[in-house]
Design a binder for this molecule. Structure first.
Ligand SMILES: Nc1ncnc2c1ncn2[C@@H]1O[C@H](COP(=O)(O)OP(=O)(O)O)[C@@H](O)[C@H]1O
Ligand SMILES: [Mg+2]
Length: 436
């Protein structure tokens, strides 16, 4: 149970974008200073886990689950892509619709180039590079325009040398595989991937409304109704991912985009993973990490419901419930479970957040016998028509002010120079990316 304690609220002005943890280290490995030298993102790894955290993390590094468990959602609908290759614009197939509920189809825009073209070494010349809309750990996302068809896309470009240096090969491959597998109205669509000797490329739909992060920081905090709308669309997307045994693991406002009409689109599947039992990788964003990730206990989809609790709090308060400038202090606060509740937070929202931020994941809402239904049936969502949600029937509270589909004005500005100046990698180092 969370207790109320008196801590100083972080200033929303000081509270900036959250760095990610990109590590395949165990928490026990992290606690060894010698291992820290393998990772030179000092902002992320300039701390050491204390003894209290170490103790539970030994011998937890068996990352390969052997048990295959189909996840039954107690009558909730299952949706799955009808094809592992969505470059054909495959419509959504409802695979296991146990409750005769939703059976919606989504009209995908056709892919901008045929899948075969992806091996054309000159494929990038078909695009005009417009504006960088985001930068990340290994590269950047650029809004590009197809020269013939005039459509806009988001091209995620990752430096292979950086991916190798940060030991993220598996994560970027997961990102591609999972985006190829999924097809859902609130998840970005991946059209194709490509690589050369310097970069990995992922061509996605361009979501022009910008990051939820920006809207949240601009208005400091959302109204109860606004937060409720975004939460409902996110619950719908997470339910879908979990039905495919995919955990997302990086829920936060920076990874939530708004489409032109104001509906949610989740991007950044760099930490998403198919998990049938548990997984042990330490990854995510400090403020959003569930206690079991910090403790290296092995984790599963319950971590996404924890992160939902953090997100609902952050949307309503304007800052996350466990906050500090140092990740180590954040972890201590997460493990203590103590939250200071702003008075203005709606009491039903508070009740939901409390039930999501339960340290014992077996008692966390969303992970018990009724699965996601417990969340959907919570009184904070009492006005939500869940069947209408995936059809985008709820009215968005914010309509992004954009002039056309390729308008990048809702995104921050980034330096456009010198990003191509990265080293090429050897043929041997390229081998793991041959299928990319
Ligand atoms: N499909 C997209 N459309 C528009 N903007 C995008 C898209 N994908 C990513 N972005 C922008 O780029 C940023 C970084 O992309 P992301 O995939 O999150 O990379 P990273 O893994 O480095 O965080 C996002 O926060 C978002 O602002
Ligand atoms: Mg991101």
């Amino acid at each position: 149970m969370s207790k109320t304690v008196s801590i100083k609220d972080p200033s929303p002005l000081k509270y900036v974008k959250k760095p990610m943890l990109k590590s395949t280290m165990s928490t026990s490995a992290m606690s060894s200073q010698s291992n820290l030298s393998n990772y030179d993102n000092s902002q992320l790894f300039s701390y050491n886990l204390g003894d209290s955290l170490k103790s539970s993390s030994s011998s937890k590094l068996v990352p390969t689950p052997v048990v295959y468990q189909t996840q039954s959602n107690n009558g909730t609908p299952f949706y799955a892509s009808s094809s592992a290759n969505n470059s054909t614009g495959a419509a959504l197939a409802v695979l296991n619709c146990a409750s005769s509920l939703t059976n919606f189809s989504i009209s995908d825009s056709p892919p901008p180039v045929s899948y075969e073209d992806k091996n054309d070494p000159n494929i990038l010349e078909k695009f005009e590079f417009k504006t960088t809309v985001g930068t990340g750990t290994f590269g950047r996302v650029i809004c590009v325009k197809h020269k013939e068809k005039k459509d806009y896309f988001a091209l995620k470009i990752m430096s292979i040398a950086e991916v190798l240096r940060l030991k993220q090969t598996d994560h970027v491959k997961n990102e591609k595989e999972i985006l190829n597998l999924v097809n859902h109205p609130f998840i970005i669509k991946l059209y194709w991937t490509h690589h050369n000797e310097k970069f990995l490329y992922m061509l996605c739909e361009f979501v022009c409304g910008g990051e939820l992060f920006t809207y949240l920081r601009n208005c400091v905090k959302f109204s109860n109704d606004t937060a409720n709308f975004y939460s409902a669309e996110i619950v719908c997307a997470l339910e879908y991912l979990h039905s495919l045994s995919i955990i997302y693991r990086d829920l936060k406002p920076e990874n939530l985009l708004l489409d032109r009409d104001g509906h949610i689109r989740i991007c950044d599947f760099g930490f998403a993973k198919k998990v049938y039992d548990r997984t042990w990788t330490l990854c995510g964003t400090p403020e959003y990490l569930a206690p079991e990730i910090i403790q290296g206990k092995g984790h599963h989809k319950a971590v996404d419901w924890w992160a939902l609790g953090i997100l609902v709090f952050e949307m309503l308060a304007g800052y996350p419930p466990f906050y500090d400038e140092m990740p180590f202090q954040i972890y201590q606060k997460i493990l203590s479970g103590k939250i200071e509740w702003p008075k203005f937070i709606d009491l039903t929202a508070k009740d939901l957040i409390k039930k999501l931020l339960v340290s014992d994941r077996t008692k966390r809402l969303g992970t018990m016998k009724n699965g996601v239904e417990d969340i959907k049936n919570h009184k904070w969502f009492r006005s939500v028509d869940w069947e209408a949600v995936p059809y985008k029937k709820l009215t968005p509270p914010i309509i992004p002010r954009v002039s056309h589909d390729g308008d990048t004005s809702r995104f921050d500005r980034y330096d456009e120079e010198n990003w191509k100046d990265v080293q090429s990698v050897s043929a041997k180092n390229l081998e793991p990316f041959q299928d990319f």
